[in-house]
Write a protein that binds this ligand. Structure first.
Ligand SMILES: Cc1cc2nc3c(=O)[nH]c(=O)nc-3n(C[C@H](O)[C@H](O)[C@H](O)COP(=O)(O)OP(=O)(O)OC[C@H]3O[C@@H](n4cnc5c(N)ncnc54)[C@H](O)[C@@H]3O)c2cc1C
Ligand code: SF4
Length: 571
């Protein structure tokens, strides 16, 4: 926290404080600074400046000591994060190491984190789909979890707002279950993905393969160039940080935009311990912050606070914000803070081969990762033995097979004319899970981290609904693959613990009633109106869609509301 005279209360007072600089915090920073608020962004990790702090971004594979593999010693020392597919030699520096940031697993939970300016926006796979009313109305229809206090029409304009700025590629597919957005051109399906799309259309009619919608600048608009970003070059080295700003991250987009307003103060190495509640004023006045390097505690003050530390950390901060008025955590009159925590279930997979279309092969790279099969189960009626549904990822490709055993001319000949495999097709399930009271995030009563903050305790597990859903996914995809003429079909249950899907949600859910929810329809704590939670912690249910686009839209919407309330002197 350099360049601050920390003794001066005035210098520690802002209009707004944003906790966390990842996907949702970046949006809060952009919106609040653009609306003229002097905004302090507090980030527990180090600074990562676009594009200079991407040390591996231009390296060739042979320039990595272990040719992009994670060394065995690190895998053994950091088993949880090593299980994440994106944890590789070229991206390791953007992931939290298990050994450095312990937590308590009441039940096995692979918690994947990015503690730095930009958070996980540097690492995400950039899949971005809107929710529809099939998703928002899920809990009201089947009675599991509480009713969402908003519907699609409330958030639709905000989806458009964030899509235009972030840049989302996609087609206009015209599906009620997956509303279209304000898209840049889509990345096309390859020949086998397109073949499967046609097969589903003729064999089922109501099952669809679409081009994956993705936060990449397939064809930038002036607003993207103004951010200093350029067209995606299809390098698919995104997890290294993209020097072109080809994909959306806080570092390339929202944070520099906020900085340009002159209203942003960004403090890396600032761990928010808790939020200060003033009993007399009946609202929050600021936050207590621990300097990650010196352990010194400092208070910062503001009129409004946006909590965007990512779902688990946001629960941790609120639970740790105790006062006489809120002995169980800020806003926690209902006793529900930390409960009804949920995740996405990516455990079920399927692979197959296709012996046709051998006149085609894959060449070049698709940063959108292929196709997406929107949810088709339990949309218009309850038709299965599980609640809600699943979407499917889909990709197909062929692989080069080289025989390197020869010498001289024969080896050269082989390398210059590699053989190709049949098409390999793969999909994984993206399943909605049902939030339950017993699934929770809480604080350890006995253990603290090296900064003195109680460790997070996570208790989540699969249930019968998840198992029935996985069985149905395997059954339905086996049927669809068989009808399409695919062979060698293999269903896989990875058996992975919850968490690796990296879509944690809930604990501070939105709802109509303060007795059964923590936040109102504007993401405002029911009982502490100047605190807003707009990351995954606010989610009432999980749906099947990748969640980050919805966090962005909710954040922009809540920031707009917060500033209008400030102007009316309601906060
Ligand atoms: C490999 C991978 C692939 C993914 N793919 C997708 C995808 O395709 N689509 C999708 O929608 N989502 C995807 N995600 C998930 C996505 O990254 C998250 O949903 C998103 O980043 C959440 O945004 P956030 O602002 O809540 O949290 P983050 O982006 O994680 O940011 C939170 C920030 O808060 C900081 N922080 C935490 N605690 C404190 C504290 N006490 N004080 C101060 N700062 C704090 C953290 O250091 C971090 O910088 C993926 C994630 C990973 C890792
Ligand atoms: S694929 Fe696009 S966004 Fe990803 S690193 Fe390459 S240029 Fe950047």
């Amino acid at each position: 926290m350099a360049n601050l005279n920390l003794k001066s209360v005035e210098q520690r007072t802002f209009d707004a404080i944003v906790i966390g600089s990842g996907i949702s915090g970046g949006w809060a920073a952009k919106e609040l600074t653009e609306k003229g608020l002097k905004t302090l962004v507090l980030e527990r990790g180090r600074d990562v400046k676009h594009p200079v702090d991407y040390p591996t971004t231009n390296k060739m594979p042979y320039e990595f000591e272990h040719r992009l593999e994670v060394p065995l010693a690190i895998k053994e020392n950091e088993p949880i994060v090593s299980r994440c597919y994106a944890f590789r030699e070229d991206s390791m520096h953007f992931f939290v190491k298990d050994s450095e940031q312990p937590y308590v697993q009441e039940k096995p939970f692979d918690w994947i984190r990015g503690y730095q300016v930009g958070g996980k926006s540097l690492l995400w796979a950039r899949q971005t789909q809107r929710w529809s009313d099939f998703d928002f109305e899920g809990p009201a229809r089947d009675g599991f979890a509480v009713d969402w206090p908003i519907r699609y029409k409330d958030i639709a304009p905000w989806y458009s707002y964030v899509e235009k700025f972030a840049g989302i590629s996609g087609n206009t597919d015209g599906l009620a279950e997956l509303p279209d957005g304000d898209f840049l051109p889509a990345y096309p399906l390859n020949s086998v993905e397109a073949y499967f799309k046609e097969q589903l259309k003729t064999q089922y009619g109501n099952r669809h393969v679409i081009s994956a919608r993705c936060a990449h600048l397939s064809k930038p608009n002036p607003i993207h160039l103004e951010q200093g970003r350029a067209q995606c070059q299809n390098r698919t080295l995104c997890q290294r940080g993209c020097p072109f700003g080809g994909y959306f991250s806080s570092n390339s987009s929202t944070l520099p935009w906020a900085a340009r307003t002159g209203n942003l103060t960004l403090h890396p190495f600032a761990i928010v311990d808790s939020i200060i509640f003033d009993e007399e004023a009946g609202k929050a006045t600021g936050v207590r912050v621990i300097d990650a390097n010196t352990l010194e505690m400092t208070e910062f003050y503001a009129q409004i606070i946006f909590v965007n530390a990512s779902a688990v950390n946001t629960n941790q901060i609120l639970l740790n914000s105790t006062s006489d008025r809120f002995p169980e955590g800020l806003g926690n009159d209902s006793g529900l803070l930390g409960k009804y925590f949920a995740f996405h279930n990516y455990r079920a997979r399927i692979t197959a081969e296709y012996e046709g279309l051998l006149e085609y092969r894959t060449d070049g790279r698709n940063p959108a990762a292929g196709g997406y099969i929107p949810r088709f189960r339990n949309l218009h009626r309850q038709e299965t033995n599980f609640l809600r549904g699943y979407a499917g990822a889909l990709n197909a490709r062929r692989y080069e097979v080289e025989d390197r055993s020869g010498f001289g001319a024969s080896l050269k000949e082989e390398l210059l004319n590699p053989k190709w495999t049949n098409w390999k097709i793969g999909s994984h399930m993206m399943g909605e899970t049902i939030p339950k009271a017993e699934s929770h995030v809480s604080l350890s009563k006995t253990k603290t981290d090296k900064w003195g903050v109680p460790l997070v305790n996570i208790a989540l597990d699969y249930d019968e609904n998840d198992r029935n859903m996985m069985a149905d996914y395997h059954e339905q995809f086996t049927e669809m693959f068989t009808k399409a003429g695919f062979t060698n079909i293999k269903t896989i249950d990875t058996g992975q613990a919850p968490g690796l899907d990296i879509h944690e949600m809930g604990g501070v859910r939105m709802g109509h009633d303060p007795k059964t929810s923590l936040l109102n329809k504007h993401n405002q704590l029911h009982t502490c109106k100047n605190v807003f939670v707009t990351d995954g912690a606010c989610m009432t249910s999980t749906s099947t869609q990748n969640p980050s686009l919805t966090y962005m839209a909710l954040t922009a919407r809540a920031a707009d509301f917060a500033v209008s309330e400030m102007k009316k002197r309601n906060l």
